[in-house]
Design a protein around this ligand. Structure first.
Ligand code: FEO
Length: 401
């Protein structure tokens, strides 16, 4: 059965949801699934904006054919080549062999690399070019590295719709609701949107800032991304989040305590730190077991909060491997402008504190480590309370100060 949504008088969502995929990019858990958004403009020309992942191609084609209602497809705009949006392209060519494909020169290079036979269909465009489809004229803006080099976004100058590629996307399938004002966004969507942004696009803050600067010059009325909800109201809210995330500024003052614990003693110390921080008036305190929390959630919280307590046992004379993996992911995704505090544990030859401090100060950008370090030898006993209190006071002062 087809499943389409009308967006404006002549624009339709014809994408599809995947609720079976466990891992997006075979890395990130998506328990609520993912949507692959594709949009059909029925002007004098029929224009499709991006396609879908192969896994949902059958549903996507049924939606598209229903919305076309017997019309032929004239244009396909490829804003982004990554296969979750272009894998169904050859099915389009088979059904509508006269279709013209609009994309950047690099997009065609990548399509060829993935084996798509687009020769004879190609209509390459670059920044500032326009195409008129009848009532609607669109212009193209380069958006390199948001999140691949070939990416462009397409702005419909007639009605203010921005087809934004991966930008402004989100994890989570659409459960019938397509628009941001049809959901309780802060309750049900912001965490998955942040996890999507920070893990997929987070590395490219500078490039996102460039795109935001271009977007600021446009009279955008609606944002149609390749994943997640369509934004038709309160655009400033989401643009503001993107501005903050891409400048690596924390959304909130607060502390995430990430602990790596083998037998529960480091976890116990982390719990005591959390309780004492709350007693000192720190409102946002979150605890994460680094061994059982997927790193995509840790990255998302690292973008949200201002302070990070790293509490790690020493393992093979080094940092506990899951903690080291989290540190490497933070570096890879450019997490910066954060304040860290260090808790180390080791029954002998305790090295994790110095190694974590070195990583944060030498490998990451614009981060600081509080001088007060909590050192544990196997387990914290009652006699360690003054040391614990001093550590918590230093963290709380930094958050509240
Ligand atoms: Fe949703 Fe970069 O692909």
């Amino acid at each position: 059965m087809h499943c389409i949504r009308k967006i404006t008088d002549d624009l339709y969502w014809v994408g599809a949801n995947d609720r079976r995929l466990a891992l997006f990019e075979n890395i990130h858990p998506i328990p609520r699934g993912i949507s692959y958004n594709s949009y059909l403009l029925l002007d004098e020309q029929a224009v499709l904006f991006d396609t879908s992942d192969w896994a949902v191609c059958r549903q996507f084609l049924e939606n598209l054919e229903t919305a076309l209602n017997g019309r032929k497809l004239d244009y396909l705009v490829v804003n982004h080549v990554e296969p979750d949006h272009s894998a169904s392209l050859e099915e389009i060519l088979l059904r509508w062999p006269d279709v013209k494909i609009i994309g950047t020169a690099k997009a065609f290079t990548f399509l060829h690399q993935f084996g798509a036979k687009t020769e004879g269909h190609e209509d390459p465009v670059k920044e500032g070019d326009t195409r008129c489809f009848g009532r609607h004229t669109v212009t193209f803006l380069a958006a390199p590295m948001v999140h691949w080099p070939e990416v462009m976004v397409t702005f419909d100058t007639t009605n203010g719709v921005l087809f934004s590629a991966d930008a402004f996307g989100s994890f989570s399938a659409l459960d019938g609701k397509l628009f941001n004002d049809e959901v309780n966004y802060d309750r049900d969507w912001i965490d998955e949107a942040r996890r999507y942004y920070t893990n997929i696009v987070g590395k490219y803050g500078m490039q996102v800032q460039s795109l935001l600067k271009k977007a600021a010059k446009l009279d955008i009325k609606m944002i149609c991304p390749l994943h997640g909800l369509v934004w038709r109201s309160d655009l400033g809210y989401y643009l503001g989040k993107y501005d903050k995330w891409s400048r690596y500024e924390p959304e909130e003052k607060g502390v995430m305590i990430v602990y790596g614990s083998m037998y529960g003693d480091t976890e116990s110390a982390a719990g005591a730190i959390a309780a004492k921080l709350v007693e000192k008036g720190v409102k946002q305190v979150e605890m994460f077991d680094v061994s059982s929390t997927h790193v995509s959630h840790l990255i998302s919280e690292s973008f949200r909060l201002s302070h990070i307590v790293l509490a790690s046992v020493t393992y093979n004379l080094g940092i506990y491997p899951p903690m080291l993996s989290y540190l490497h992911d933070m570096k890879a995704l450019n997490v910066q402008k954060r304040t860290f505090a260090i808790v180390e544990n080791g029954s002998w030859a305790c090295t994790s504190g110095t190694l974590m401090t070195d990583f944060v100060t030498k490998e990451m950008k614009n981060c600081s480590v509080l001088e007060n370090r909590l050192s544990i030898r196997s387990a914290l006993g009652p006699d360690a309370e003054p040391q614990l209190d001093a550590f918590v006071a230093a963290v709380a002062d930094s958050v509240n100060g």
